[in-house]
Design a protein around this ligand. Structure first.
Ligand SMILES: [Zn+2]
Length: 392
C-alpha cells in the first residue's frame, strides 16, 4: 500500500530542508521526497493521494509530556484522543507510573493492540508512584518516604523496558534535609545516561528541595518541564533569571514547556524569551484537568509559542527534531527523510485570528496551527480535533 502526501511545504528541521515537495510512503517507510514525484514516474499505480497543497508536512509531532495511562489512577486521558486523532503520532508519558505498576501500564496501554499512537515513557523511580487527581502519593507521603526506593527493582525495570523508557520523571522531594533529594539521587545513579525530567517548585503535601539546589543538581541533558512559569522560582523578584538557572542552561539542561493547567504563563514566557531563554521542546502535560482547556492540544500549545514571536520552523523543531534528540531517539523519530519510518504530521496554518488562553491571560493569535492528520506506521489518521477555542 503506497500513499502520496502531495504538494505540501515539507519542513525537516533536522536537515534544514524546507521546500514544496511530495512524500511517498510505501509499507510504512518513506521511499521518496521530491518535487512532482508523479510526473517523474516515481509513483506506482493505485497509490492513494492526499492533497497537502497549502499545508505543512512535518516529521511526526512529538508531545513530550502527557499523561496517558487511563485506568491507572484517575488523572489520565486516552492516548489516541490526544495522539493520532490530534495529529500527534508519538506521545511521551510524563511519569504517571512508578516501578511496581509500570509493566502492567505498559501492557494495558503502550503495547495494547488497540493503541494506534506510539508511546514512550518517563518512569517515576519510586516503587509506588501514581499520578492521581488528589496527589495520593504525596498525600500519603509515599513520595517522600525513602522506603519507596528500590534501586535493584528500578534498574531491572529500566533494563527490561529499555525499548519504551526514555528517562525518569523525578519529583524532587526531600525527607528532612532540604538540600538533598534521595529520589533525585537514586534516579541519577540509575539513569544509565537517560535524561531526568523535573519540575521546579512545590508539590502538595510533600516538601521539595529548593529551586537553586535542584538547578545545581541537574546534569547536561536533563529536562526542566513547566519551564515557563515564574512560580517555579527561576525568576527573581525583578523578573530576572536567577544565576543557578543561567548556569543550568549553560551546561545543557533543556527547557520544556509542559503547559498544564497553570504551568505556562504568557507573562513569564515573555520575560524568559526577552532574556534569551526559549523552549527546547514544546509539550502539553495533557491530563484530565486541562484537556478541556486551557491546553486543549499540542497544536494549540504550538500556536501560543508562535504567537510569542518564535519562528515557524523553530516551533516545528521544538516538537519534532529537538524532542527526538532530547529523548535520545533521533535515530527513529523527528526527521522527514527517505528510509525513515513514516511518522509524519500534516498541519494547516489558519490566518483567521483566534483567542487562546494560558488559563490566566487571553491573547489573540493572528495565525494558528490546525492539525490536518498524521501518519503513524504507514496508516493515515485524519485529525478529529477542532480546537475548542476555534469552534467557540
Ligand atoms: Zn505531568
Amino acid at each position: 500500500m503506497t500513499t502520496l502526501l502531495a504538494g505540501g511545504r515539507c519542513i525537516d528541521p533536522a536537515s534544514g530542508n524546507d521546500a514544496i515537495a511530495d512524500v511517498l510512503v510505501d509499507d510504512g517507510v518513506i521511499t521518496a521526497i521530491g518535487a512532482d514525484l508523479e510526473d517523474l514516474g516515481s509513483v506506482p499505480p493505485h497509490t492513494r493521494t492526499i492533497d497537502c497543497s497549502g499545508q505543512l508536512v512535518t516529521p511526526g509531532l512529538i508531545d513530550m509530556h502527557v499523561h496517558v495511562m487511563p485506568g491507572l489512577g484517575d488523572f489520565c486521558v486516552e492516548a489516541d484522543d490526544v495522539g493520532v486523532d490530534m495529529g500527534v503520532p508519538l506521545l511521551i508519558d510524563g511519569g504517571t507510573s512508578g516501578v511496581a505498576t509500570f509493566d502492567l501500564a505498559r501492557a494495558a496501554v503502550v503495547d495494547h493492540p488497540k493503541t494506534r499512537t506510539d508511546i514512550l515513557c518517563f518512569i517515576d523511580p519510586n516503587q509506588l508512584y501514581l499520578a492521581t487527581k488528589d496527589f495520593i502519593c504525596h498525600k500519603l507521603e509515599l513520595a517522600n518516604d525513602e522506603r519507596n526506593i528500590d534501586i535493584e527493582a528500578l534498574e531491572a525495570s529500566m533494563e527490561r523496558n529499555a525499548d519504551v523508557i526514555v528517562g525518569m520523571k523525578v519529583r524532587a522531594c526531600h525527607t528532612g534535609d532540604p538540600e538533598h533529594s534521595p529520589f533525585l539521587a537514586a534516579a541519577q545513579a540509575s539513569s544509565g545516561g537517560k535524561p531526568i525530567m523535573v519540575h521546579l517548585g512545590r508539590f502538595p503535601h510533600t516538601p521539595t528541595i529548593s529551586t537553586p539546589t535542584l538547578l545545581e543538581a541537574l546534569r547536561p541533558g536533563d529536562i526542566i518541564t513547566h519551564a515557563f512559569r515564574g512560580a517555579g522560582g527561576m525568576l527573581d523578584s525583578d523578573g530576572k533569571v536567577i544565576p543557578e538557572f543561567v548556569e543550568a542552561v549553560d551546561r545543557g539542561v533543556r527547557l520544556d514547556v509542559g503547559h498544564s493547567g497553570t504551568d505556562f504563563r504568557f507573562r513569564d514566557a515573555r520575560k524568559l524569551f526577552a532574556q534569551g531563554y526559549f523552549p527546547d521542546t514544546i509539550s502539553t502535560d495533557l491530563n484530565i484537568f486541562n484537556v478541556g482547556g486551557p491546553v486543549f492540544s499540542l497544536a494549540e500549545t504550538m500556536t501560543k509559542i508562535l504567537h510569542l514571536g518564535v519562528d515557524l520552523v523553530d516551533v516545528i523543531a521544538m516538537c519534532t527534531s529537538n524532542t527526538a534528540q532530547v529523548i535520545g531517539r533521533a535515530d527513529t523519530y523527528g526527521s522527514l527523510a527517505v528510509g525513515r519510518r513514516a511518522n509524519i504530521s500534516v498541519l494547516a496554518i489558519e490566518s483567521d485570528p483566534i483567542e487562546v488562553s494560558d488559563g490566566h491571560e487571553t491573547v489573540t493569535a493572528q495565525e494558528w496551527f490546525r492539525p490536518v492528520g498524521c501518519m503513524a506506521a504507514g496508516t493515515w489518521y485524519p485529525s478529529q480535533l477542532t480546537p475548542a477555542s476555534a469552534a467557540a
